[in-house]
Design a protein around this ligand. Structure first.
Ligand code: BTN
Length: 251
């Protein structure tokens, strides 16, 4: 698979609705090259997964989107792109703080609190991916979060250290390039192992709920298409898509 190095060019904006929207517009215009990064100090309408929004203080955190054209990656393997990005962010966070974990499908946690979110928007052409917008919000120096945002943390809160945003971005991009190289070299096993090694609640019994009600379950794996595999006390495994299962509490 072809190689792409992300980070060149790097477009810096003061404010934008959403760096993902900005990236999608560049792709639509045909003016964006592979590996382009769009960074903004602030977003007026930051997008989270599903119908969520992503709120971040001005100039405190990293808010950026990466444009990729992973045209040799089969669409059925798109979750491997998500896993390699999660691995890259978690691996980078671990160089600064401590063990990071990945809450399925791709929230990055420190001490069970969310430090980064990822929103990947892919377009598919035939059997393969065409363009991918990888939006990343990493809480870096923010210390106070608005009411209603529960369970959020930042690198600063976890390490008592103020970070230079430019250096942090460059180091994070270095990690993402390493992890994407594994993907482009088709090291799918390595990508998955690095993801699973950090998967939050893997092999730990907990209470979950799904459309049938509450039950005790244990995450056992993820499928190649990105479904969460959960083992029940009765020995049966059920696969879940995004938002089909809710974590209730640990046991
Ligand atoms: C989530 O966890 O819900 C995903 C959050 C993704 C937020 C980032 S911030 C930069 C990029 N632009 C957006 O509008 N969203 C992503």
């Amino acid at each position: 698979m072809k190689k792409t190095t992300i980070g060149e060019p790097l477009l810096r904006l003061d404010s934008v609705d959403s760096t993902n929207n900005y990236a999608a517009a560049l792709i639509a215009k045909g003016t964006a090259t592979d590996g382009t990064v769009i960074l903004s100090a602030y977003q007026t309408n930051g997008k989270g997964q599903g119908s969520n929004s992503w709120i971040s203080g001005v100039g405190k955190n990293l808010l950026f989107s990466i444009i990729l054209y992973p045209r040799l990656l089969p669409a059925e393997k798109q979750f491997f792109l998500s896993m390699s990005i999660s691995w890259g962010i978690a691996g980078f966070v671990e160089t600064l703080v401590r063990k990071a974990q990945i809450k399925w499908p791709n929230d990055i946690l420190i001490n069970d609190k969310k430090v980064a979110g990822i929103l990947i928007e892919n377009t598919v052409s035939g059997m393969n991916l065409n363009a991918s917008v990888i939006g990343i919000g990493l809480n870096v120096n923010q210390e106070v979060f608005p009411e209603g945002i529960i369970n959020a943390t930042s690198l600063k809160l976890e390490s008592d250290h103020e970070y230079d945003l430019n250096h942090t971005l460059q180091d994070l991009i270095g990690w993402l390039n390493t992890c994407l190289k594994s993907l482009y070299e088709e090291q799918f096993g390595a990508v998955k192992v690095n993801y699973l090694n950090r998967l939050w609640m893997l092999n730990r019994w907990a209470v979950y709920s799904d459309s049938t009600g509450r039950f005790e379950g244990r995450i056992s794996d993820v499928t190649d298409s990105g479904e969460l595999m959960v083992l029940r006390r009765n020995g049966k495994i059920k696969n879940y898509g995004f938002k089909e299962i809710v974590f209730i509490n640990m046991l």
